[in-house]
Design a protein around this ligand. Structure first.
Ligand SMILES: [Mg+2]
Length: 224
């Protein structure tokens, strides 16, 4: 059975700036720097911090990083009701998760910290679909390309018999495609985030979907 590793933002849900607002508030509180409005799509939380503070010493960044994550989690949790009301579950996600359930193991590969990923998916009652202990998160590495091996190792340690060939990474950015390719896993791209079908096609994912209402193509891809 394949292991399907889902990205969160732009793939499963869209939080319409509410999580970014929490991230920015925490960033301001801990690093006392305004986070610019640059694109964060596909980047791990730790990478966003490092890129924003690129003129800082790594040591100075790391000194406050744990604190930043704790404050960010608090800022996000404080917005839980907003997240519940405002977060959009993207088209086809419910159908894809339930129709694929019998054929695959759903887990996660995301640049979010594990704890903030949980808050985001709890807000829309999607957490229950995923085997969290097999997932790989921004809290495991700030380098997304490191994350497929982390998930594989966790799954194998828990008794799953698959290899990289049996891992499918699904996401909405070229970074998701790249981390799959580098690891030798399969990549599925969905154009429900900031990148268009054409832009994603340039990065040659193994399967490219406009959105998850085309889950039958995904099911076929996974089962053949
Ligand atoms: Mg994404």
């Amino acid at each position: 059975m394949k292991l399907l590793l889902w990205d969160i933002d732009g793939t499963l849900i869209r939080s319409h700036g509410r999580s970014l607002e929490a991230f920015k508030a925490a960033f301001q509180r801990v690093y006392e720097v305004d986070l610019p409005l640059s694109s964060t799509a596909g980047k791990t939380d730790g990478l966003i911090v490092r890129e924003t503070l690129h003129t800082w010493d790594e040591v100075a960044i790391l000194e406050r990083l744990e604190q930043f994550y704790v404050v960010y989690e608090g800022e996000l949790q404080a917005r839980f009701e907003y997240l519940q009301h405002e977060t959009t579950i993207l088209h086809g996600v419910h159908a894809a998760l339930s129709h694929l359930q019998a054929h695959t193991i759903h887990s996660l590969l995301t640049g979010n910290m594990q704890r903030t990923a949980k808050i985001k998916l709890d807000a829309v009652d999607l957490s229950r679909h995923f085997r969290w202990e097999w997932g790989a998160f921004g809290s495991d590495s700030h380098i997304r390309n490191d994350l497929v091996p982390v998930a594989l190792q966790r799954a194998q340690a828990a008794g799953w018999h698959g290899t990289f060939d049996d891992v499918v990474v699904i996401g909405d950015t070229p970074f998701d495609i790249a981390c799959a390719k580098i690891a030798g896993a399969c990549s599925v791209a969905v154009a429900t985030g900031r990148f268009s079908l054409e832009q994603l096609a340039e990065h040659q994912p193994d399967l490219l979907l406009e959105d998850l209402t085309h889950y039958e193509a995904l099911l076929q891809f996974i089962t053949t």
